[in-house]
Each structure stands twice: as C-alpha cells, then as structure tokens.
Design a protein around this ligand. Structure first.
Ligand code: UDP
Ligand code: MG
Length: 305
C-alpha cells in the first residue's frame, strides 16, 4: 500500500480538489493507497473540510495538530501515522503534479527505495526570491554534499527509509536534505512546478529567512569556523599595528593616538560580538535539541488510533 502524506495549512479551498484528484489518479493506476492529511494548526476551516472528506472517502485520513508546528513537522507526523509499504510526500496545493506519483510508484516497484522529485524549473519567482533561493541551495549543497538546487519535498520513500527517518530524534530535521543524507538506492523523477490553484503561499520572507538559517545550521557548523577566521584576521591586523607603532615610536614619529585606538577598538569589539552571536545561535540550537520536546503534538485524528 502507498501512503500519501499531505501537509495542509490554511488549505480549505484545496483539500477536496487535491484529495479527489490524487484519489482518482491512484485508483485509475490500480495502486492501493491511503491519503493522510495533516492539518498543521490552520486558522481557517481546513480541519472541518478534512473531516468531511474523510467521512465521504474511507481512504482519506486526517490528523489534526494542536497548533501550527510547520511543514517539516507535518511531514514527519504524516510519515509517523502512515501504514503503507512506501510513502509519498506531496504539497496540498497541487504544485507538485500528482500524476508523477504513479511514475514514482512504478520506480519503487522496480526496487528503488527513494524516488526524489526534482524540479525541472522553479516556476514563477521574483528576481530577489530566485537569488535568495539560489544562495541558500548553494550553501546547503556544500553542507550536505549532494546537489540540493533542484531538491523539493516531493518524494517517495520506502518503509525502510521512512523508519530510519522516524528514528532520528533531531528536532530541526530538514526533510529535504535528510532524505538524501540517509542514502539507500535512489533515483529521480523530474517535474515542472505548477502555479498554485487556490489560496496563497504560506511563506513570508521572514519565515523563509528563518527556515534557511535554521536548516543551514542543522547541517553544518561552518559558520563557527568563521569565528576562528575572524580571530585570525583581527590578530593579523593587530600584529601589523603593533609592529608599525613600535617602529614609529623608536623613530620618534609616534602614531596619532585617538583615531587609531578608536578604529582598533571598534574593529575588535565587532569581531568579538559577531563571534559571540554565531556561537550563541548554535548554543540556542543545542538548547532546543537538549530539551527534547516533541516535533509535533497531535490533537485528534479522523480514525481510531
Ligand atoms: N504548509 C504546512 N505548514 C506551514 C506552511 C505550509 O503544512 O506552516 C504546507 C502547505 O499547506 C502546503 C505546503 O506546506 O501543502 C507548501 O506550502 P506553500 O504552497 O505555501 O509553499 P510554496 O509552494 O510557496 O513553497
Ligand atoms: Mg506551494
């Protein structure tokens, strides 16, 4: 059986359409399936709509979070609740073409354990957004060691891979990258990102920046090396200033005092603060992980647990 995991946040307009489209495609292809909608603390009627769909179609199941935990948590909750031999994760807005699920499923039948959906194009995006996304993926590609520039959350995972992911107890799990990181026999399926059919994108610029920084920090500690680098730079500068000052002192043309002192003072203190900031950020991440709070809290489900 195939489990389809669909995170939904304020998607009341999309749920019926998404559920019926995917259901129809999978039925026609003769693939046994379940559709798992995860209501990620939506502020609209998403949950009522999911309950409604579930009462009409026994293959539809709904999970309701106690509040908004974010897409990553919704994906993990879906995988956690899934019963299938494999699971596919897909967006609720039909931007990921559902026909591709069949193609992915066939590849899984051939023995692939992870089938990644990769973007053939990135769809419509503004120039700045494109640039920011590109920089983010360049950093991530370096950090993860796989090409992340076309990666997306649209993928099919074998039960084996699902279980491995579920057993990772990282709080800041970045699904997109973790699924490549775990390895296994994988392949790719290309797809074109479509326009969103209804509703609006749930990502504000602020949310995207936070998402990028968190995910970079969860995969690499390279920013911490920047602190060391800063230290080396400031030390080099200091050494140069000392030598220059001493030479001038003995030559009887000592440096003008205040300007130099102020410059050095500002430079070193900003380097120190920047370093502390980066270290502090990582400590806060450690703090979050150590607390060991759950990734999500399920309030109710449309089925008996
Ligand atoms: N989503 C979610 N929780 C959130 C934000 C988004 O579950 O806090 C879901 C959303 O319902 C959709 C998917 O994640 O199914 C992708 O969101 P969206 O289409 O807004 O992102 P974009 O396609 O613009 O990257
Ligand atoms: Mg979308």
């Amino acid at each position: 059986m195939l489990s389809v995991v669909i995170p939904a946040y304020n998607e009341e307009e999309m749920i019926p359409k998404t559920s019926q489209t995917i259901d129809k495609i999978l039925k026609e292809a003769g693939i046994e399936h379940e559709l798992l909608f995860i209501n990620d603390g939506s502020k609209d009627n998403t949950w009522t709509v999911i309950e409604d769909e579930a009462s009409k179609n026994p293959l539809v199941k709904g999970v309701c979070f106690s509040r908004n935990f974010g897409k990553e948590s919704a994906i993990f909750a879906g995988l956690y609740e899934s019963k299938g031999d494999c699971a596919v994760v897909i967006d609720c807005d039909l931007q990921h073409p559902p026909e591709k699920i069949v193609e992915m499923y066939r590849l899984w039948e051939q023995g692939y354990e992870i089938v990644e959906g990769v973007k053939a194009s990135r769809g419509k995006e503004s120039g700045l957004h494109r640039f920011a996304a590109k920089s983010f993926y360049n950093i991530m590609t370096d950090a993860v060691g796989f090409d992340m520039s076309r990666a997306s959350d649209f993928k099919l995972l074998d039960r084996k891979a699902v279980n491995v992911l579920l057993n990772m107890n990282e709080k800041n799990a970045f699904f997109r990258a973790l699924s490549s990181w775990i390895g296994f026999k994988s392949t790719e399926v290309e797809y074109d990102v479509r326009e969103r059919e209804a509703g609006i994108s749930k990502w504000s610029t602020r949310a995207l920046i936070k998402y990028a920084v968190t995910n970079i920090s969860s995969f690499t500690s390279a920013p911490l090396q920047i602190v060391t680098l800063l230290g080396v730079l400031v030390f080099g500068l200091g050494l140069y200033s000392i030598i220059e000052a001493l030479i001038r002192y003995f030559m009887g043309t000592a440096k003008e005092g205040f300007t130099t002192v102020i410059i050095l003072q500002c430079l070193t203190s900003s380097a120190i603060m920047l370093g502390l900031g980066i270290i502090g950020f990582y400590i806060s991440k450690i703090y979050e992980e150590v607390k060991g709070r759950p990734k999500f809290i399920i309030d109710r489900t449309t089925y008996e647990k």
